[in-house]
Design a protein around this ligand. Sequence first.
Ligand code: MG
Length: 367
Amino acid sequence: MKITAIETVPYAIPYTKPLRFASGEVHTAEHVLVRVHTDEGLTGVADAPPRPFTYGETQASVTGVIEKIFAPQLTGTNALAREQVHALLHRTVGNPAAKSAIDMALWDIAGQALGLNVSTLLGGWSDRMRVAHMLGFDAPERMTAEAERMRDTYGITVFKVKVGRRPARLDLDVCRALREVLGAEAELYVDGNRGWTASESAAALRELDGLGITLAEELCPADDVLGRRRLVRQSPVPFVADESATTPAEVTRSLLDGAATAISIKTARTGFTHSQRVLFQCEGLGAEVVMGNQIDGQLGTVCTVVFGAAHASSSRRAGELSNFLDMSGDLLTEPISITDGTLAVPDGPGLGVAIDPEKLGRYRQDR
Ligand SMILES: [Mg+2]
């Protein structure tokens, strides 16, 4: 089965409220839908969400690198020969979202060809994941109200709190208010997106420790090498590398250098193939993982739950699977939904989802 074309469709869907965090903010999902076509009539699909503030990609760069470099290189290649495909993609540096979308679309094709869901192909551990909801920067009372609404509407009891503002007092007050409002049974963890120095982070961790937080993510920059190492050594909870360890090699360096003791896996930046490499080396080294969210829409969220539910170690913690709730629309024929605090892997071969042409027509920007 040969690849005949790789199609890119830029689209834009506004968020109902902007998402704010220490390294940036997002008002509209300006993503690229990637479709890989084959000579046997099967088409694989995946989403590429460009994140210029983290990886330097834009909607135009994703479309450009696929049209100018990847599509000409991959046309004619066996769609099931992922190692050959990755050898070709590897000739170009960077572009993680563009490469990952192609990788996941190829897994979608493999699943469809075999009549199996990709989650089964990857490992088949579970049919669902618990959901963690991310709370972006806002006034404390609005953040606690959102957490209560998520708990009451969707049964979510795990919350990732964005921190890293100055003064840190504001974020610490938010965490304290959340613990008061949600009670002892809620799980809380924090993500600083490198907003604090190592010393500021250490002071914050001392206060947060009394609130029973379970993970601390990217509180200070990994490039502050010695400060970060010192912080990680004294952290009472697993210290998560996210944007500082985005490839299997960076994950190795990060864990061995003492820059992290846990890893955030995002299928939007390592696809399924490299996400497995990251996961398996974390298992080998004894580092925990959390399934992260690259501010994904429904299609990206499906990819995250397909991967996360496939393995015991990637589904142990709740996955960050709820950012799509803030979008004003989406592209799937059958929208996904969170019930009892969990998200199910869609049934059916491949990714188990289909793109609604009418919805795509509403949001696509190339016509
Ligand atoms: Mg993060």
